[in-house]
Write a new protein. Sequence first.
Length: 98
Amino acid sequence: MKEKPVFNKRIFWDVDFNKLDYDNRAGFIIERVFDRGDVDDIRQCRRYYGDEKITEKLLNAKFLMEHRTYLASVVIDRPVEDFRCYKLRQLNPGLYPY
């Protein structure tokens, strides 16, 4: 059995950190780590889940902050145009980002 990753608790400020189910909630955890985590958190995530699972979850994520989508694109070596969240953002432009 793999050793559980050690994430900064601030990433999961809105849930009970001690009750996180790392296997059943992998999509939620991967998205949250890439959206709010730092470099060490992302490394821990990659070590635990592996690049294949991370790639699958990130490409299908409904939302990642725009600058984090670009970071994820570099980490998994896929163009931002492949990300579901990027496509959704293009279909639903909001106010002009000043």
